[in-house]
Design a protein. Structure first.
Length: 263
């Protein structure tokens, strides 16, 4: 579904269903270099089971017009503005990686708009190595390779794929290849520069679920512990076999966790 946010085109996948103000809503916020399709299974399920499901393309990603937003705070406010454009007054938010930080920040900045938050592949601080940032700044293939390899558990290239017919490395590289120059760099830099995590976590008053992959090389599970302690009502779920790309590596486990958490 197409929207206009701050005068620019914005897109959200809605499971081919119109937004119904009478239904509860779930908003999915993807990570750096990704798009709405990273939540394909999870957003489709909720869209087909009585919810308004909006899987967003952040500015500069997927079908949403750029330029990309340069801070987590700006992304959080943009999510609230897209909810306005969609006619959604309150929603549960599900975010992954950069999207998880934006989801946390949105709940802190717009508490009346957010019912629950699920933070997938989250960490604070979410540091990005200098070599990764520099390769992304130069739009080098090395950045796309690092992003793809580090975002998956080591078992992934060995054929241990829960989705028949899906090549996770290839899908990741194809998404990254579609990005305009500078988009990945600015998104990674937003993760790296975000310093308000614990302060914002302390402001969150809605229930929170943190889902982390035990084999995550980008946001190791122990890096989420400080956030979990800072959020008043939170719990942590660790998925043993998954890396950072939880929605693809452990799609059923993530979906089951969201079904249980969102009720």
């Amino acid at each position: 579904m197409n929207f206009v946010v701050e005068g620019r085109a914005a897109f959200a996948y809605t499971a081919a269903r119109a937004i119904d103000p009478a239904r509860p809503s779930v908003v999915f916020v993807h990570g750096a270099g990704l798009d709405h399709s990273s939540f394909g299974l999870q957003s489709r399920y909720f869209g087909y089971h009585g919810r308004n499901a909006l899987a967003l393309d952040l500015p500069g990603h997927g079908r949403s017009e750029g330029p990309p937003l340069e801070t987590v705070q700006a992304i959080a406010d943009w999510v609230a503005k897209l909810m306005d454009a969609a006619g959604v007054s309150r929603a549960s938010l599900v975010g992954h990686s950069l999207g998880a930080l934006a989801t946390l920040e949105c709940a802190a900045r717009h508490p009346d708009r957010v019912e629950r938050i699920a933070l997938l592949g989250v960490a604070f601080p979410m540091r990005v190595s200098e070599s990764f940032l520099e390769a992304a700044r130069r739009n080098e293939q090395d950045a796309y390779d690092m992003d793809t390899i580090w975002a998956h558990a080591p078992r992934v290239p060995l054929g241990a794929n829960p989705n028949p017919g899906m090549w996770m490395y290839g899908e990741s590289l194809a998404r990254l290849a579609r990005l305009a120059p500078g988009v990945l760099y600015k998104s990674l830099k937003a993760c790296n520069d975000y310093a308000a995590g614990l302060e914002s976590a302390a402001k969150v008053r809605c229930p929170a679920l943190l889902v982390v992959g035990q084999r995550d090389m980008m946001t190791p599970p122990q890096a989420s512990e400080a956030l979990a302690r800072a959020i008043l009502a939170s719990r942590v779920l660790r998925i043993a076999a998954s890396g950072h790309s939880l929605m693809a590596e452990a799609p059923d486990a993530v979906l089951d966790a969201l079904i249980e958490f969102l009720g």
